[in-house]
Design a protein around this ligand. Structure first.
Ligand code: TRP
Length: 361
């Protein structure tokens, strides 16, 4: 079986960084026809681990993230898009897995370390937050996921999951399926820089283009983008490396865009060569980038309008998917309980042993 599980925390609308790093990929994987089951999880329970006092924010973004996924091309016929908190079996798996992980091991998880700093949790870490790598291992194993498409930042979570699977199978016998991370193929997919040139597009830095941005917002944002600070006059030679406008073109432009929007260049390499030589102005590059982004965003906006006019259908899709996901995770829990021999009332093994041990009965 080839099974995908991945997910997003619903803490805000999704932006181009999410699109290039994960949404586009998951839609390609979905349409490749090589997977037997595909689960995309809206990780509301995980989002609550660092938003405990702000549940409304998470609740409001559940539907936004669902619509973002659908507008990127997620197909309800092929993919189950479900809400994490609606799958109670995940908490049970997590409870058993916590016994297989040490506090020291969690403290060494680099993603957790960075996030603790970012959130100012140094002196008082919420237990649920500290525990979320274990809960993420439950998410992955509950679905027998073989492939987990994620960004680079999630690799420590996958490692932790792999260790839990090893340990569980070693202690209780071959039970859990070993997952594999699937990383983005391109550098821009790994980490799309922000409009301001900072390393990452991120909501908290306010340097994002959202999938829901209108053409006028996209235009303004691109025009204000950071480029090569030494490229002051059009004639000056410019630098392409680390220049976010070119990183975005690496991520989003196709050769056919040149024929359609800027036929004086055959392809991106030709355009980059001209920029490096000098004589190509930032405004021209940015205008081209706007065309490229609009070409990509237009069908996304259209699909979004389609689904926004069918909200009851979206909600019942989420509900149906959550039921499907819950049934699947329940099967895994049953397998796990059997492996751990805590499935007391299944079959008569418990009774037989009891009788043997208490021959007077
Ligand atoms: N931690 C992921 C993120 O912040 C979301 C997530 C939760 C996830 N459970 C998962 C991703 C399981 C992959 C597999 O984006």
């Amino acid at each position: 079986m080839n099974i995908i599980l991945t997910g997003d925390r619903p803490t805000g609308r999704l932006h181009l960084g999410h699109y290039v790093g994960s949404l586009r990929r998951r839609v390609e994987l979905q349409n490749s026809g090589t997977f037997d089951e595909i689960y995309i999880m809206i990780a509301d329970a995980q989002a609550l681990t660092d938003n405990a006092e702000n549940p409304e924010k998470i609740r409001e973004n559940v539907l936004e993230v669902a619509l973002d996924n659908l507008s990127a091309g997620l197909d309800p016929e092929k993919t189950a898009l479900f809400i994490q908190s609606g799958v109670p079996a995940l908490t049970e798996l997590c409870f058993y897995y916590t016994n297989l992980v040490t506090v020291a091991r969690l403290q060494r998880n680099p993603t957790v370390k960075t996030e603790i700093k970012m959130r100012g949790f140094e002196s008082s870490i919420p237990v649920g937050f500290f525990n979320y790598p274990i809960s993420q291992a439950a998410d992955i194993t509950a679905f027998d996921a073989t492939v987990v498409p994620v960004g680079e930042d999630q690799l420590p979570m996958l490692e932790q999951c792999v260790e839990i699977v090893h340990k569980f199978n070693a202690v209780y016998g071959e039970t859990l399926v070993m997952p594999k991370a699937l990383l983005p193929e391109t550098e821009a997919g790994m980490r799309l820089p922000g409009l301001d040139g900072s390393a990452k597009m991120s909501k908290s830095l306010g340097n994002c283009i959202y999938l829901t941005d209108l053409p006028e917002e996209v235009r303004k944002k691109v025009m204000s983008m950071f480029t090569d600070p030494n490229h002051l006059r059009v004639e000056d030679p410019g630098t392409v490396e680390g220049n976010p406008v070119f990183t975005y073109l690496d991520a989003f432009s196709k050769t056919e865009h040149f024929a359609r929007f800027l036929p004086e260049y055959e392809n991106l390499d030709a355009m980059k060569a001209h920029y490096r030589r000098g004589g190509l102005g930032d405004v021209k590059v940015k205008r081209f980038l706007i065309n490229v982004l609009e070409d990509m965003l237009t069908p996304i906006r259209e699909r979004r309008r389609y689904w926004e006019s069918r909200l009851p259908e979206v909600i019942s899709y989420l509900e149906e998917s959550t039921k499907i996901a819950s049934r699947k995770a329940d099967q895994t829990v049953r397998r796990v309980r059997a492996a751990m021999r805590i499935n007391y009332f299944e079959g008569d093994a418990f009774l037989k042993e009891a009788i043997e041990r208490y021959p007077t009965a």
